[in-house]
Design a protein around this ligand. Structure first.
Ligand code: S3P
Length: 427
């Protein structure tokens, strides 16, 4: 796909439903008794992979005109799939499913695309095995495919070395079926959508700081869920709105759960003033409309506890830093190396190709802002967040940019280029 610079972005949009919450709605709805209705469900490829997996285990899921209906069969209602479960590109599907499948009375294989077969699974294999699970990496490399032979599990107390909501959620979901309480602690607090939704579905779960405790549940109960707009999709329009002079964008109904909204704090630190209008709640999740206007950005140091609250937004913040005055340092973000691509290496390589002054570090990037960007050939490595970040970079660069495999945005934001086009005012 070829992209040309634009003058600015103007107008109003509603970004698609949150990916993390959409996945959980399908998963927990399948494990609950009764019907779950998921409104504003994200029809992205990752969440469709989750739907396909649960359909293969006997759950009836229908896509109605304005919601998804999941006819849950209770905690013990899944049936053995006849084929390996294909998780596509989705880490959330694979890791949360490992926790759900470990205690089931059947065998399964979890597999997915080339990217997911390279991502680390030891982080779920190890704690689930401590609970008594029989879960093996088929190729012995701690990656997918994973072979899971369901077994009764024991409740444990475990500390995850990484702040990862996928790891935490896998353990908590296995804990629903364990013979006693399960406690998970993590170095920093990761997103808490699992805790909020499981509580909403009737689970006995409580959080204190970085520690979450779950008791085995007799049953979960289906419910109506309204999914907020995804802040990880809003970030592309926030970045465009901030760096293209003359822009003004109203992004409606965005999820601003504090465990996800580190981006807003960092924008403030970089000198941007994003107004939060109409604060509200969708199910258990806080939301607001975000009013973004262009401004001059300044550099910031981004590190520590805030990193897990904006991990998926960091590539786009690295782009914003190219337009900021001074040197931005991103550190404590080694997790970026094990996402859909190595996002530290790929961001550095592509930003440099566009003329930016960026250095890759072990756990982040150092970005000297202020150098103008020029168009380039961008290899997205089929990573949706890289593609969307460079689509925004292209709007603010001089000359033409070519994005390879640009359609990978279907993973989390199928209508991305249409929304971008609609808001763009051309030069
Ligand atoms: C997610 C958690 C994060 C995030 C991913 C979605 C989730 O991953 O990067 O896009 O839905 O729980 P980690 O748990 O690996 O940090």
């Amino acid at each position: 796909m070829k992209l040309k610079p634009v003058k600015y972005l103007r107008g109003e949009l509603a970004v698609p439903g949150d990916k993390s919450i959409s996945h959980r709605g399908v998963m927990f709805g399948s494990l609950a008794k009764g019907t779950t209705e998921i409104h504003n469900f994200l029809e992205g490829a990752d969440c469709l992979s989750t739907i396909a997996c649960f359909r293969s285990m006997g759950i009836e899921i229908s896509q109605e005109s304005d919601f998804v209906r999941v006819c849950g069969k209770g905690l013990h209602g899944l049936s053995a799939p006849s084929e390996p479960l294909y998780c596509g590109n989705s880490g959330t599907t694979m890791r949360l499913l490992s926790g759900i499948l470990a205690p089931q009375p059947f065998e399964t294989v979890l597999t997915g695309d080339a990217s997911i077969q390279k991502r680390p699974m030891r982080r779920v294999i190890e704690p689930l095995s401590r609970m008594g699970a029989d879960i093996q990496s088929v190729n012995g490399n701690d990656c997918a495919p994973l072979h899971i032979c369901g077994r009764p599990l024991a409740g444990i107390a475990c500390h995850s070395r990484v702040a990862s909501a996928q790891v935490k959620s896998a353990i908590l979901l296995a804990g629903l079926y364990a013979d006693g309480e399960t406690v998970v602690t993590e170095p920093q607090r990761s997103r808490n959508h699992t805790e909020l939704m499981l509580k909403h579905f009737g689970a006995d779960i409580r959080s204190e700081g970085t520690r979450v405790t779950i008791a085995p549940s007799p049953e979960l109960f289906g419910s109506r869920i309204i999914v907020p707009g995804d802040i990880s999709s809003a970030v592309y329009f926030i970045a465009a709105g901030l760096i293209l002079p003359g822009s003004e964008i109203l992004i409606k109904n965005v999820g601003i759960n504090p465990t996800r909204a580190g981006l807003l704090e960092v924008c403030e630190k970089m000198g941007a003033h994003i107004q939060l209008l109409n604060p509200s709640h969708n199910t258990a999740e806080p939301t607001a409309d975000l009013l973004v206007s262009s401004c001059s950005l300044k550099a910031a140091v981004i590190e520590g506890d805030i990193i897990p609250t904006m991990i998926d937004e960091l590539p786009t913040v690295a782009l914003m830093a190219c337009f900021a005055e001074g040197t931005t340092v991103i550190r404590d973000a080694a997790e970026l190396k094990v996402k859909e691509s190595n996002r530290i290496a790929i961001m550095t390589e592509n930003l440099r190709a566009m003329g930016a002054d960026v250095t890759e570090t072990e756990d982040g990037m150092i970005i000297h802002g202020g150098r103008p960007l020029h168009g380039a050939m961008i290899n997205t490595h089929n990573d949706h967040r890289i593609a969307m970040t460079f689509a925004i970079a292209a709007l603010a660069a001089e000359g033409e940019t070519e994005l390879l495999d640009a359609d990978c945005v279907r993973i989390s934001y199928p209508g991305f280029y249409d929304d971008l086009d609609r808001l763009s005012v051309v030069l």
